[in-house]
Design a protein around this ligand. Structure first.
Ligand SMILES: C[S@@+](CC[C@H](N)C(=O)[O-])C[C@H]1O[C@@H](n2cnc3c(N)ncnc32)[C@H](O)[C@@H]1O
Length: 238
């Protein structure tokens, strides 16, 4: 891993490698398939406000906007250099996204501001305590009933994947990646207060198993009561 900047680790560890990020990820991670699946699972067409935490070059955010043109799509990243790349891509694709330079463990938005929070290939950059702080922040900025959708390195699903993820661990440090590789992200989501947590898909890639996860912030008690009375009413009408 390259030098840790104040508050974040650059996408490929070193600033000088950031311009290579898009082609490298496209060639090695089945990017198109896993990001498309993530957006399907997030039912992005039903959301009106989304936040992509660690948005990098903006590929996921731009696809989301492309699918749902009225979406308020905000990307947050600690690295100004990579946000410049995202900004140029948005200009070329004539898509309106908002990009904010900030750290994932100190998200500059109000409680309940988003319907969905997405995060792709970001959590493995964080230490355990940074992951815990970040998940707490994500929980806070989601509205009750809102959903978190994550794509990141997961527990290897065979020996080949176990061998391949070793290169990620060498590059990004064992301390930051161990929770991913041990399959502990779902537990960290639950500890942050999320419910209905599941691993929804696994992709075999050149850097090991890439897992998709979903998790939901519990709805308020009032929303639960309303859903309960609605289904009771529907049943009596059958
Ligand atoms: C591997 S890149 C993933 C980019 C993009 N989400 C994708 O799927 O291609 C990880 C991103 O997380 C950002 N990042 C790392 N630590 C961060 C932090 N503490 N706060 C905000 N962003 C961070 C990096 O700057 C980088 O853009």
């Amino acid at each position: 891993m390259g030098p840790k900047k104040a508050g974040y680790v650059p996408a490929l560890g070193w600033d000088s490698l950031t311009p290579l990020y898009d082609p490298l990820v496209r060639l090695t991670t089945r990017e198109r398939s896993f990001k498309s699946r993530l957006l399907d699972e997030a039912a992005i067409g039903e959301a009106s406000r989304i936040l992509d935490v660690g948005c990098g070059t903006g590929t996921l955010l731009l696809s989301a906007r492309h699918r749902a043109p009225s979406l308020l799509a905000i990307g947050l990243d600690g690295d100004m250099n990579i946000l410049d790349i995202a900004r140029s891509k948005a200009r070329r694709q004539v898509e309106e996204i908002t990009l904010v330079q900030a750290f994932c463990f100190d998200i500059p938005f109000a409680d309940g501001a988003f319907d969905r929070v997405l995060s792709s290939l970001m959590l493995h950059h964080l230490t355990r305590s940074e992951k815990v702080r970040t998940l707490k922040e994500i929980f806070r900025v989601l509205r009750p009933g809102g959903e978190l959708h994550v794509a990141d390195w997961g527990r290897p699903h065979n020996l080949l994947m176990r061998a391949l993820v070793f290169s990620v661990q060498l590059g990004d440090s064992f301390a930051r990646t161990v929770d991913n590789v041990k399959g502990r992200l779902p537990t960290l989501f639950r500890d942050a207060g999320f419910e209905d947590v599941s691993e929804t898909a696994r992709f075999a890639t050149l850097f090991g198993t890439l897992s998709l996860y979903r998790a939901r912030k519990p709805p308020t008690a009032a929303a639960r009561r309303h859903a309960g009375s609605f289904s009771a009413h529907s049943l009596t009408g059958v």
